[in-house]
Design a protein around this ligand. Structure first.
Ligand code: SAM
Length: 292
């Protein structure tokens, strides 16, 4: 498998248009299937998207206890890389994104799945949070993977407040961000700081640490159930502040067994080993309980 081509990613950030917004950049990236594929997670093609997306979907399902009676929301779904593999594991999958061009491609990739809905976030922040138009208290599980690493703190807080609002009371949220204290991220950050053209890009990488992530959760009235900064990502599973003690205890127990598989191993290339570490038994424990 090819590693992430950081030179290609840097070139793609150098959007040629005059509109300097992050939305315009993500629209531009969605004009080409190959560029969009690489920008999701460094994937080299459809087979890679399926394999890496499948691994993430199974791992999330096991860690979050996703079952076939649950409503699942992905914030920043891009090409529906993870969503395509998540949809068969849950009752409904909704993917939202700011880029219409990426959503059109996601719709093509997911058109065989009857329980998939894709929604464009046309505006963000008009009603106080980043998920304008999504219904309160609706989703049992929400995840936002490889998105916050492009956002400044104001945009992150706005999205987290939206997630808290649309999350069901006993629901869970998974989030990740670059871990600025990891040596590979430090290397990436040094490289980006040396490139003045990247500094002007609105969605260049942003580097955070565990204290900031904990601060965002508190500001959005979410409570951390599991947090890891062992890899190049700071990763969190959080619950609603109104989550029942029973649901919280069940989530903690499940995460103690399965969360370790969420932690990426190796360098910053999202490499998925052939033995992906998530056994069928773990997947079934997470994803099949509604049927058993
Ligand atoms: C690196 S891609 C990851 C896509 C997908 N989560 C995955 O893992 O394959 C980042 C995605 O976040 C979306 N995005 C960026 N800023 C966003 C925002 N403020 N709200 C929602 N989506 C956003 C982009 O359009 C893009 O699809």
């Amino acid at each position: 498998m090819k590693a992430v081509d950081w030179t290609r990613i840097t070139r793609l950030w150098a959007y040629p248009g005059r509109n300097r917004s992050a939305r315009a950049r993500w629209e531009y990236i969605g004009r080409s299937q190959s560029d969009a594929t690489h920008m999701m997670d460094g994937s080299a093609g459809e087979a890679d998207l399926r394999r890496r997306g499948g691994r993430m979907a199974r791992t999330l399902a096991a860690a979050l206890g996703i079952t076939r009676d649950q409503q699942v929301l992905e914030v920043g779904c891009g090409l529906g890389r993870v969503g395509r593999e998540m949809a068969p594991l849950c009752a409904t999958y909704t993917g939202v994104d700011i880029s219409r061009s990426l959503l059109r491609r996601a719709a093509r990739r997911n058109r065989h799945l009857p329980n998939v809905t894709l929604r464009h976030l046309a505006r963000q922040g008009d009603h106080g949070d980043g998920l304008d138009g999504l219904e309160d208290g609706t989703w049992d599980r929400i995840y936002c993977h490889l998105v916050l690493l492009h956002l400044n703190e104001a945009a992150i807080l706005s999205l987290l407040k939206g997630m808290r609002r649309v999350l069901a009371a006993d629901g869970l949220v998974y989030l990740d961000a670059w871990n600025r204290n990891h040596p590979h991220v430090m290397e990436l950050s040094r490289g980006e700081k040396l490139d003045p053209s990247l500094q002007r890009q609105p969605h260049r990488s942003r580097f955070y640490g565990r204290p900031e992530v904990e601060g965002w959760l508190a500001a959005a009235s979410l409570q951390a159930v599991w947090i890891s900064d062992e890899s190049f990502l700071v990763q969190v599973v959080a619950a609603h502040s109104d989550c029942s003690p029973e649901a919280l205890a069940a989530a903690r127990e499940r995460l103690a067994q399965n969360a370790v598989h969420l932690i990426p191993r190796g360098r910053l290339d999202f490499h998925v080993p052939d033995d992906d570490g998530v056994s069928a038994a773990e997947t079934n424990r997470g994803a099949g309980t509604a049927e058993s």
